[in-house]
Design a protein around this ligand. Structure first.
Ligand SMILES: C[S@@+](CC[C@H](N)C(=O)[O-])C[C@H]1O[C@@H](n2cnc3c(N)ncnc32)[C@H](O)[C@@H]1O
Length: 284
């Protein structure tokens, strides 16, 4: 019988379990993100780029920079660790529900102020808030005079900067209907012909900001609708509980919260009622 020998992949920098655990603790402390066992290769791959960029000899020296709270490097660490996967009209039924149920009910509920506030929390590169903005423009074209604004925030400063440009590769908008593309996007010309840019009518609805959801929020509410989709999946239950409680605090009475397809509020927060399809309404 041939003995199986487990060979560790040769690594440029030593990366022990102890180093991985320290990084995990720091990431949890600064972002709420829990890095599961088995994420060693991902963490190693993403952080070796930082070691090389900083010309550091090993992970110990990198860790001491982070432990001394080097602000700039903390941002880089966070940006390297976050998973920013997103797309236009992801979980499309949420946008359908906005148009068919929530916006019509807000026309009555907010008739006195004619004001609606929407928060895309964990907006990544912007596909989510721009999808909300298209839905807003489509619906409210029949209701001029309504003041609808979207605040879009993310922990990762790189994705916020990208979102703010409103520029995407053409392939990113493949799944968007031709009608919406023609109405809400501009095609690049010449050397930019492979890109599209969101129209000013969408951009002017959205304010982008870098924001760590674990920190204090400049957002006071009342917010009518919060999208926080595919963000808490990386948090432990206690962090989720605190966050959902804070969402309930800033939401208007009966305000809505959308979460991601693999997330749920069961045994986490009892201040919301489920309306099905990962849509929740604040009850207290
Ligand atoms: C997978 S993306 C989801 C994007 C979008 N909401 C969607 O569903 O398509 C998760 C985003 O959450 C952000 N995020 C993770 N931890 C965060 C925190 N503590 N505060 C704010 N944003 C955070 C990440 O930077 C990332 O862009």
């Amino acid at each position: 019988m041939v003995a199986k020998i487990k060979i560790d992949k040769a690594r440029e920098f030593e990366f022990t379990e102890e180093i991985f655990d320290k990084i995990r603790q720091l990431v949890k402390l600064h972002t709420g993100i829990v890095l599961a066992d088995g994420k060693q290769d991902m963490v190693y791959g993403r952080l070796t780029r930082r070691l090389r960029a900083l010309d550091l000899p090993n992970f110990e020296s990198y860790l001491s920079m982070i432990e001394q709270e080097d602000e700039e490097e903390l941002i880089q660490l966070v940006n390297a660790i976050t998973t920013n996967l997103t797309s236009f009209f992801r979980e499309e039924h949420h946008f359908g529900y906005l148009k068919s149920a929530i916006f019509p009910s807000l026309l009555e509920k907010n008739a006195a102020t004619r004001r609606i506030r929407i928060w895309s929390a964990g907006c990544s590169t912007g596909e989510e808030p721009y999808s909300i903005a298209m839905t807003v423009r489509e619906f409210f074209s029949d209701y001029p005079g309504w003041d609808v604004k979207i605040i879009a925030t993310d922990l990762d400063s790189n994705v916020v900067a990208k979102a703010e440009t409103g520029v995407y590769d053409k392939a990113r908008v493949d799944g968007v209907s031709l009608e919406y593309k023609q109405r809400w996007m501009k095609r690049g010309k010449g050397e930019y012909s492979e890109q599209v840019k969101m129209k000013k009518e969408l951009q002017e609805l959205i304010t982008f900001k870098q924001l760590n959801l674990l920190h204090e929020w400049p957002i006071k509410g009342p917010i009518d609708i919060i999208f926080c989709r595919n963000v808490v999946i990386y948090f432990d239950k206690d962090t989720q509980r605190t966050l959902f409680g804070r969402y309930a605090d800033v939401l208007a009475d009966d305000g809505h919260l959308f979460i991601g397809h693999s997330e749920n509020m069961f045994n986490v927060c009892d201040r919301f009622e489920s309306l099905g399809h990962t849509i929740y309404q604040r009850t207290s």
